[in-house]
Design a protein around this ligand. Structure first.
Ligand code: NAD
Length: 253
């Protein structure tokens, strides 16, 4: 259910916002009044997503950003601040899976390095540079998308599981650095959500992950958007350093 004007006058950065979960959350934030800065590496997809948003009456601008590049991240964030003078909300959804159904003994180190660069270094950079802006206002909401794989560890996905565990550690530590301000830093740990990310996941791996969900189904982008929008809303003000669950009952802690 759209809550009209919940995010009126808010400036929101959404990384990985051209597709999947990021796009779904961005769309809902935009429909509820936020101005969107959409970061993504895929220029073509980004352009079509921005056109789609504009067609819905959403104010959005696309930024081609590789989240593992310090210069690209810092420059794009500076540009957002220059354009709108503030950053109220960050949803960091850019990420990759890498090899699946692959034991660590066969896992290419180059793939591990790439997953680390995007999933963990990228999260560090987005968090670092947006907090530099948010701390001036002493107010803001950051939501970093982790994964159930980071909480529990999925076998066959060492790169993904360990970098998402790193994101969880980052949320818990960094949130406390700002807990005496009105800046909150939270995480979200989804189980399998129906997006393009899972298209190349090995069928055995997908079957393993789905079988572990007591609700016996995949989550939807709309469900993730609904929870994410609550987490980054003003009324969610006494919760920081927490990793929210959206796993159909897989995680009960
Ligand atoms: N789909 C799931 O089942 C699931 C489950 C748990 C966690 N997650 C997490 O949710 C987030 C979003 O996943 P999704 O399923 O929407 O994925 P997706 O592949 O559908 O979308 C990811 C988006 O991020 C962009 N992107 C990828 N690498 C990038 C980079 N280096 N720099 C900038 N942009 C980049 C892609 O172009 C794409 O638009 C990811 O962090 C993922 O790990 C997804």
């Amino acid at each position: 259910m759209i809550i009209k004007e919940r995010f009126k006058d808010k400036v929101a950065i959404i990384t990985g916002g051209a597709d999947g979960i990021g796009k779904g959350v961005a769309c809902r934030l935009g429909k509820e009044g936020a101005v969107l800065a959409v970061f993504d590496i895929n220029r073509e997809l980004l352009d079509s997503t921005i056109r789609e948003f504009e067609g819905l009456g959403i104010q959005a601008k696309g930024f081609v950003v590789e989240v593992s590049s310090e210069s690209q991240v810092s420059e794009a964030i500076l540009e957002v601040e220059r354009l709108w003078s503030k950053i109220d909300i960050v949803i960091h959804a850019a990420g990759i899976v890498g090899p699946t159904n692959t034991k660590i003994t066969d896992f290419p180190t180059s793939d591990f390095d790439k997953i680390y660069e995007i999933n963990l270094r990228g999260t560090f950079l987005i968090t670092k540079y947006t907090l530099k802006v948010m701390k001036k206002a002493g107010k803001g909401r950051l939501l970093l998308i982790a994964s159930i794989a980071g909480k529990e560890g999925n076998p066959g996905m060492v790169g993904y599981s360990s970098t998402k565990a790193g994101v969880i550690g980052l949320v818990k530590g960094v949130a406390k650095e700002f807990a005496d301000t009105d800046i909150t830093v939270n995480g979200l740990a989804p189980a399998v959500i129906k997006t393009r990310m899972n298209e190349n996941t090995a069928p055995e791996q997908l079957a393993y992950m789905t079988a572990k969900i007591p609700m016996h189904r995949l989550g939807t982008i709309d469900e993730v958007a609904a929870m994410s929008c609550y987490i980054v809303s003003d009324e969610n003000s006494f919760s920081t350093g927490f990793v929210y669950d959206i796993s159909g009952g897989r995680a009960t802690y």
